[in-house]
Design a protein around this ligand. Structure first.
Ligand SMILES: [Zn+2]
Ligand SMILES: [Zn+2]
Length: 261
């Protein structure tokens, strides 16, 4: 069995000095790879250093919609950073109307930059959307995101939103939230979408799944996300692992190019 954590933040201070331990726990849970998403341009050097040192880790470059400090990304800067062979995606990017208020036109402009960069770099998008499903889909359409595809990460929206994203060639990724007792709608979406479009993730250090809820999350715990999907769909854990791993390498095609699997 081989699992992949399609979204985490191993460059965050929570893991400084304990990366080897984190990688050991991954191996114990058969989590063979993890994709570390970017949240700011300032953190890119740390992500590149990590992916260069550890064959299990891939990277993505982007500026999170909640990042209010730091350098604003340009298409040229993102495309240039995406040339690194272990940078397999552009993101995370998207819209978040939950945490920030006021005129968020800058957030939409930043999201457009990322879509344009992904199309130019020929690397897929990692999209974060919260309380902004309608605008997220609208910008994806307006900028032609279906020309490159990607993933709707840590998905917490409706089945209709998932379907609209899948029509544009996007995958849907479930985090530990799917294992929470009260997450009825997300469990429903995870039961209904085609397995061929599903990815799994931890979004570490956030959102540790049951039975680790409330603790610092880590990529090893993607096992518990996979277990919950298996339970919901009444299929074997090994099947969830096989399909989601295959989906990961199909979407992030430059990841398969950089290793021999
Ligand atoms: Zn996110
Ligand atoms: Zn994230």
């Amino acid at each position: 069995m081989m699992l992949v954590d399609s979204h985490c933040h191993l460059d965050f201070p929570e893991y400084s000095g304990i990366i080897e331990q984190i990688l050991d726990s991954m191996a114990e849970n058969q989590v063979m790879y993890a994709l570390c998403a970017g949240v700011s341009l300032e953190r890119v050097p740390a992500i590149l250093a990590m992916v260069e040192q550890h064959p299990q880790i891939f990277g993505a470059v982007g500026v999170h919609p909640d990042s209010q400090e730091g350098v604003e990304p340009t298409v040229a800067a993102l495309v240039d950073l995406a040339r690194h062979p272990k940078v397999v995606a552009i993101g995370e990017t998207g819209l978040d109307y939950y945490r920030l208020e006021g005129d968020l036109e800058w957030q939409r402009e930043r999201f457009r930059m990322h879509i344009r960069a992904a199309l130019e770099a020929r690397k897929p998008l990692i999209i974060h959307t919260r309380a902004a499903a309608e605008d997220t889909l609208r910008l994806m359409r307006e900028e032609g995101a279906e020309g490159i595809g990607g993933v709707m990460h840590c998905f917490t929206e409706s089945l209709e939103t998932a379907e609209a994203a899948m029509e544009m060639g996007f995958y849907i990724s479930f985090s530990g939230i799917v294992s929470f007792k009260n997450a009825r709608e997300i469990k429903e979406v995870a039961t209904r979408i085609p397995m061929e479009r599903m990815l799994i993730e931890t979004d570490s250090p956030y959102l540790a799944p049951s039975p680790h809820r409330g603790k610092t999350n880590q990529p090893a715990y993607v096992l518990h996300v996979a277990e919950e999907i298996a339970r919901l769909r009444q299929i074997a854990l090994a099947e969830v692992a096989e399909i989601t791993t295959r989906n990961f390498f199909r979407l992030f095609h430059s990841a398969s190019a950089s290793i021999a699997i």
